[in-house]
Design a protein. Structure first.
Length: 115
C-alpha cells in the first residue's frame, strides 16, 4: 500500500493550506485514516483522524482550525489547515490503518508557517 502526501508549502501566519493523501488501496478498506506531524527536534504527534464511518477526532491544538475529510471515489484523504501559526510548522504525514495491528505511512509533506 502506498500513500502519497502533497500540498505542503510556505504560508504566512493566518494563512491556509490543504493537504492531500492519495492511496493505492481503496480508501473504504481502511478502518481509519489520519494525519500526524513532526516538528524539528520533536516527536511525531497526532493531528486528526477519521474513521470508516466518518467520525472525526482532533488534537486540542488544531481543533476548530483544521478539518479532516476524505473522498472515497478519489481514494484521497484531505486535511484543511486554517488560521495557521508558526507552531504548526512541521512535516505532515498521512496514516492509514487496516486495523489496530496493520497500518501504513505516507512520505510526509512539509508545512512552513513564517512571515
Amino acid at each position: 500500500v502506498q500513500l502519497q502526501a502533497s500540498g505542503g508549502g510556505l504560508v504566512q501566519p493566518g494563512g491556509f493550506l490543504r493537504l492531500a493523501c492519495i492511496t493505492s488501496r481503496r480508501i473504504s478498506s481502511f478502518g481509519s485514516m489520519g494525519w500526524y506531524r513532526q516538528a524539528a527536534g520533536k516527536q511525531r504527534e497526532f493531528v486528526a483522524s477519521i474513521a470508516a464511518g466518518g467520525q472525526t477526532n482532533y488534537a486540542d491544538s488544531v481543533k476548530g482550525r483544521f478539518i479532516i475529510s476524505k473522498n472515497i471515489a478519489k481514494n484521497t484523504l484531505y486535511l484543511q489547515l486554517n488560521s495557521l501559526n508558526p507552531e504548526d510548522t512541521a512535516v505532515y504525514y498521512c496514516n492509514a490503518k487496516i486495523n489496530a495491528d496493520v497500518g501504513y505511512w505516507g512520505q510526509g509533506t512539509l508545512v512552513t508557517v513564517s512571515s
